[in-house]
Design a protein around this ligand. Structure first.
Ligand code: RFL
Ligand code: PHB
Length: 392
């Protein structure tokens, strides 16, 4: 097999890259270790930045997103027994975010690729990269018991944080920046009408909580928990009890309960590898960086990388020019560090740190009060939340 760009991973990064390159007339093969059904059912992110939603619409894969996505013009911050609304649209000159599940984005992109003859290889095992040091790179993988090989000009590592691509960058050629957090999120998906029209981020003595949604009938919610939390210790009643306690601060509303359809624990980590390229291998999305989910940024940042890489590759295949490809890592890293800063800040502001002293707690309360009472401070939150411009 031969293709121009071999893509590892059919998450949002790999699928969007394949789709945008297809629109530019560049040929790709996507190799994914899981089945199509698995990636289409994997519940993860839920909030699309203004620009990310626009990217999907402009690329012709936004019809369902425009029909079914929930446009949110504000978010709520709860602390010290009160709810404060941040009016995202008013503070950003009209921008908003769209609540639309990552698995729906994945479904839409798979559908678009397959209907235009895209080559997606699901359930592929033992993916190996070769030749990225020279000018004849390739991928090998096993599918249906058969070893297969793809020759290509470039490899895009879109295989997430636990993928294989990052391991192909020699240790002497990269530097890793990371930070872990002394807590995790217990996430649930429930068949319950969302109790609030907009998301609620809560800082509470018992820990952070977030009320989100996937549709008018499905609630998504998270509770701060220990990194090694034992899910077996959390009965459904205990989960609802904590959500009531942490979210219902001013008596104005009540979290709606319903059957819990899915639950899981998400660890929190900040991670960046620099540079995001090694010769003919480009790292994209979670393969190159992870942010804690508090700012709702991971999928959006992955899509921003894809925009940069797809344009650079299209340039190269059209005219042989390499300047945009050479600048890929530096261009992406500018946004990556802006988003790292914001995600770290939202996380630190809203969570309980086991080792925090009383002075530190008071400082966080003061900062939250400043964020909701100063228009300048609210704007800083709002413009980061709806997404910074792509040309930073
Ligand atoms: P993905 O989605 O992990 O996709 C990688 C794909 O590669 C496959 N793969 C391999 N394929 C072949 N060979 C191998 N050796 C392979 N190893 C792995 C995997 O099966 C998978 O299909 O990475 P990608 O595409 O870079 O996308 C990144 C996003 O998934 C991630 O940043 C977000 O989910 C993060 N995130 C959120 N992001 C947002 O923008 N907004 C949110 O509201 C938001 N909330 C969240 C989140 C992540 C969460 N979890 C579970 C980590 C909430 C949670 C709870
Ligand atoms: C979600 O709906 O899954 C979600 C929303 C906002 C976040 C993180 C996750 O900050």
């Amino acid at each position: 097999m031969r293709t121009q760009v071999a893509i590892i991973g059919a998450g949002p990064s790999g699928l969007l890259l394949s789709h945008l390159l297809h629109l530019e007339g560049v040929d790709t093969v996507v190799v994914e270790s899981q089945s199509r059904a698995y990636v289409e059912a994997r519940i993860r992110a839920g909030v699309l930045e203004h620009g990310a939603a626009q990217t999907l619409v402009e690329a012709g894969v936004g019809a369902r997103l425009q029909r079914e996505g929930l446009v949110h013009h504000g978010i709520n911050l709860n602390f010290s027994g009160q709810t404060h609304r941040i009016d995202l649209s008013d503070l950003t000159g009209g921008s908003a975010v769209t609540v639309y599940g990552q698995h729906e984005v994945v479904k839409d992109l798979i559908e678009a690729r397959l209907s235009s003859g895209g080559d997606l290889r699901f359930a592929a095992s033992d993916v190996q990269i070769s030749g990225i040091d020279g000018d004849a790179p390739g991928l090998a993988f096993t599918q249906d018991g058969q070893r297969q090989e793809i020759a290509c000009a470039f490899v895009a590592g879109c295989d997430g944080f636990h993928g294989v691509s990052r391991g192909y960058v020699p240790a002497s050629q990269h530097r890793i920046y990371e930070r872990s957090y002394p807590f995790a999120w217990l996430g649930i998906l429930a068949a319950a009408r969302p109790a609030s029209e907009e998301l609620i981020y809560a800082r509470h003595a018992n820990g952070f909580a977030l009320l989100s949604m996937r549709s008018a009938e499905i609630t998504r919610a998270y509770l701060q928990c220990a990194p090694d939390e034992d899910l077996a210790q959390w009965s459904d009643a205990h989960v609802w009890d904590e959500l009531h306690k942490r979210l219902e601060v001013d008596g104005a509303f009540r979290v709606n309960e319903g059957p819990i359809l899915q639950r899981g624990v998400t660890p929190m980590r900040s991670f960046v590898i620099e540079p995001m390229q090694y010769r003919r291998l480009f790292l994209v999305g979670d393969a190159a960086h992870i942010v804690p989910p508090t700012g709702a940024k991971g999928m959006n940042l992955a899509m921003a990388d894809v925009r940069v890489l797809s344009r650079a590759l299209a340039d190269y295949f059209r005219s042989g020019k390499t300047d945009r490809l050479d600048a890929y890592s530096a261009t992406c890293l500018r946004r990556v560090w802006q988003v790292q800063r914001f995600s770290w800040w939202m996380t630190a502001l809203l969570h309980r740190f086991p080792d925090a002293d009383a002075f530190g707690e008071r400082l966080r309360d003061a900062e939250l009060r400043h964020v909701v009472s100063s228009r300048a401070a609210s704007r800083v939150l709002a413009e980061n939340y709806v997404g910074l411009p792509y040309d930073i």
